[in-house]
Design a protein around this ligand. Structure first.
Ligand code: GLN
Length: 441
């Protein structure tokens, strides 16, 4: 089949299925033209990808799920997208998300919620919910998401697919609309480990446009061709209580499989993990309050009408959604003079401790295993209390705070809903995660 035929098939699937799912905010109308003029000898010629709408795409509207960026047409391309396109990939469209990545259900999208393909009365997770739905419902074989506190892994778990949060710095953040810059990473979402590897080999590696990008060559597909090394797997004790029966069952089964593969399994303790959520919901809003200061109606995106600059600013920023306003308020508060040391300073100190504990753990074991979420997908409207929504991220934020790579893989079902488990690896050992997940697959 030609790239053009592939693009046509996916466009057709999106047209017939997406109205019931809400995965896409924008379909790339130019994709057929791009497919026609594509060089068929490129290594990824005709590979269709869906891109989370907080990753900028040149000439395709990019909203970050916010009314503040409605009508924004980026004049440049995110590095991850540019690299995929240079190899022949086709961007089929931009996927729905919680506004600026703030949420765990995609219900905080300023436009509409996405729905879980396994049960449309349930959420697909978030904030990369649209990307997860697109891949799970085969509206695209692959997608890019972003993960600040779990936004690739949690929706991957809720939708029964694979999602990788790379080591901080392995994928350039150039062109990723900033939420919390010290935590943000772009990551791939796919239906197989090999597909994750394909995307990582394309998008990872140093980028002069992102000073925090790491000078590490990706060797994902190469690693998958190698035999699984003998590994010690640590089961994190702090993540074993309060989980649903399906999650417990999936854990037990996964341990059996990993033992069968020759892994040495043992229980380990990561004492600070239960408090990671508290630190995350101080640090992420703090960084967000600073990053979101740029939406003032003067540079790009929406600008309210008016003469007086102050009024323009006020009315422009009134268009942020409730959750975004809440984060800006919390972030501004924890950074304010008199409270800085009590909140932000302590959360930073905690972050260092959490990271040191993880480093110590990786002297004992090579990989950590824990659930991605304590239970499968919840009902739309099922988490009206913001704190209850935050608690959904219990097991995912640790990897972001510690800068570690983490992978969510499908590991079973509970009442017809997918259950996902996570592997964490030491800093920069992303390839190892895929090797282990491939053996499990
Ligand atoms: N749910 C978390 C939050 O709302 C994580 C979001 C993300 O990773 N972008 O902050």
């Amino acid at each position: 089949v030609s790239p053009l035929e592939v693009a046509q098939v996916y466009l057709e699937r999106i047209r017939s299925l997406d109205p019931g799912l809400g995965a896409f905010l924008t379909v790339n109308e130019g994709v057929l033209e791009e497919a026609r003029s594509l060089d068929p000898s490129l290594p990824l010629a005709g590979l269709v990808v869906a891109v989370k709408d907080n990753i900028v795409t040149k000439g395709i509207p990019t909203t970050a799920g916010s009314r503040l960026l409605q009508g924004f047409l980026p004049p440049y391309e995110a590095t991850a997208v540019a690299r995929l396109k240079a190899l022949g990939a086709l961007v089929i469209g931009k996927t729905n998300l919680d506004e600026f990545g703030m949420g765990s259900s995609t219900e905080h999208s300023a436009f509409f919620p996405s729905r879980n393909p396994f049960d449309p009365t349930r959420v697909p997770g978030g904030s990369s919910g649209g990307s997860a739905v697109a891949v799970a419902a085969d509206l695209a074989p692959l997608a890019l998401g972003s993960d600040t506190g779990g936004s690739v892994r949690q929706p991957a778990a809720f939708c029964g697919i694979y999602g990788l949060k790379p080591t901080y710095g392995r994928v350039s953040r150039y062109g990723l609309i900033a939420y919390a810059s010290s935590l943000d990473q772009i990551g791939p979402m796919a239906r197989s480990v090999r597909d994750l590897a394909l995307v990582m080999d394309a998008i990872s590696g140093p980028d002069p446009l992102d000073a925090t990008s790491l000078d590490l060559k990706p060797r994902f597909q190469e690693a998958l061709a190698e035999p699984l090394p003998s590994l010690r797997l640590g089961v994190v004790r702090e993540a074993l209580s309060g989980n649903s029966p399906g999650v417990e069952g999936a854990l037990r089964q996964a341990l059996e499989v990993f033992r069968g593969l020759g892994l040495q399994v043992k229980g380990v303790s990561w004492p600070s993990l239960p408090l990671a959520l508290n630190a995350y919901y101080i640090l992420a809003p703090a960084e967000a309050s600073s990053n979101l200061a740029r939406y003032d109606g003067t540079l790009f995106g929406y600008r309210a009408e008016g003469e007086e600059l102050w009024r323009v600013l006020e009315e422009t920023r009134a268009r942020f959604g409730l959750e975004v306003k809440r984060r800006i308020l919390v972030g501004t508060f924890v950074l304010s003079s008199g409270y800085y040391e009590a909140y932000y300073g302590r959360a930073q100190a905690f972050r260092r401790r959490l990271k040191a504990e993880a480093q110590a753990l990786f002297q004992e074991v090579d990989l950590l295993l824990l659930p991605t979420t304590p239970h499968p997908a919840f009902l739309l409207g099922g988490r009206p209390d913001p704190l209850a929504m935050y608690r959904e991220d219990l097991y995912t934020v640790g990897a972001n705070l510690a800068g570690l790579p983490a992978l969510s893989f499908p590991a079973g079902f509970e009442d017809g809903l997918p259950v996902g488990l996570q592997l964490f690896a030491p800093w920069s050992r992303d390839e190892l995660l895929l090797q282990a997940a491939l053996a499990f697959e």
